[in-house]
Design a binder for this molecule. Structure first.
Ligand code: NAD
Length: 295
């Protein structure tokens, strides 16, 4: 079944995601505040709308892919009154769990349906339609949204009710942020103990230290040729995005009364790094602030 989709936010992620919906046969009407993003989406077959309200006027499903919770809530203020009653709103942005639940409540109060469906897989995953979607939705809404998400991703996980998708996303990225620091500290300590990067990698990658931060995104050059460390730490997954996601995790931990000491510390380290020497770099470059990566 194909849909009339309103797509709001056609940036690095939203642009290729909207293009994949077009490829799957959906009729996509899109809007972005940035004219260049709108033009590129039009080249991919998206109908460029004059405003956000115009993009959703004839839609039965609306996707938002915006920077942060405040953008989603502000956009919903325009979108909810403009959409037909019963429209299914799908927010794919990574935002605060509380903002996700607030957006969900606003959509329901306006007579619509809503799910949160943040993604992992980055721009390559958005382009190749191989994203993982983490979905917070009522059962019936999940059944309706799953085939649409399948046009943009490879793995679609129903995590629970409203907000559960965002919760899964920030918990996963908290594991990733902490584990990247752990792997980086281990390389720095190994160096100072006279251990080569390759020797530590050969042991830890097949032992209990094994993790994605080590075996896929290895923070030192050499052991994993495709990791950003081998190309001057060009992202990859930008330090700023990791800082944002860890900030959301730290806020959620605080609100829930959970200490999450390492998650909170990782959020501080990545916030400093992203605002300073990590600007524009992959998050794995944090190893260079720990005294490591001597090659
Ligand atoms: P981006 O900045 O490239 O795109 C966001 C777009 O939203 C921009 O083009 C901006 O002009 C537009 N926009 C902002 N407010 C708007 C409004 N009111 N109406 C219409 N358009 C508006 O960001 P991105 O990299 O595409 O990320 C989008 C979301 O996906 C973020 O929440 C991010 O955390 C998440 N995410 C990104 C990645 C990644 O690797 N880039 C990976 C996973 C998740």
């Amino acid at each position: 079944m194909t849909h009339a989709v309103g797509f709001i936010g056609l940036g690095n992620m939203g642009g290729p995601m909207a293009a994949n919906l077009v490829r799957a046969g959906h009729r996509v009407s899109g809007f972005d505040l940035a004219p260049e993003a709108l033009r590129q989406a039009a080249d991919a077959g998206v109908r460029p709308a004059a405003s956000a309200a115009d993009a959703v006027a004839g839609a039965d499903l609306v996707v938002t892919m915006l920077p942060a919770g405040r953008h989603v809530l502000a956009a919903y203020a325009d979108l909810l009154p403009a959409a037909r009653p019963g429209t299914l709103f799908v927010d794919c942005s990574t935002i605060d769990v509380a903002d996700a639940r607030a957006a969900h409540g606003l959509a329901l109060a306006a007579g619509h349906r809503a799910v949160d469906a943040p993604v992992s897989g980055g721009v390559p995953g958005a382009t190749a339609a191989s994203l993982t979607f983490m979905v917070g939705a009522a059962d019936g809404d999940f059944a309706d949204v799953e085939p649409v998400l399948a046009a943009m991703g490879r793995r679609i996980v129903h995590c629970g009710s409203s907000g559960a998708g965002q919760a899964a996303k920030i918990c996963n990225n908290m594991i990733l942020g902490i584990s990247m620091i752990a792997v980086s500290e281990a390389f720095v300590l190994g160096e100072s103990l006279g251990l080569s990067h390759q020797a530590l990698f050969d042991v830890a990658s097949t032992a209990s230290g094994q993790c994605w931060a080590l075996t896929t995104n290895c923070p030192v050059p050499g052991p994993v040729p495709a990791s950003p460390a081998n190309r001057d730490y060009l992202p990859g997954f930008a330090a700023a995005l990791m800082a944002k996601d860890l900030g959301l995790a730290a806020d959620a931990a605080k609100a829930a009364g959970v200490p999450a000491e390492l998650g909170v510390r990782a959020a501080e380290l990545f916030a400093d790094f992203a605002a300073g020497q990590g600007r524009g770099l992959d998050f794995s470059a944090i190893v260079t602030t720990l005294g490591g990566a001597r090659g």
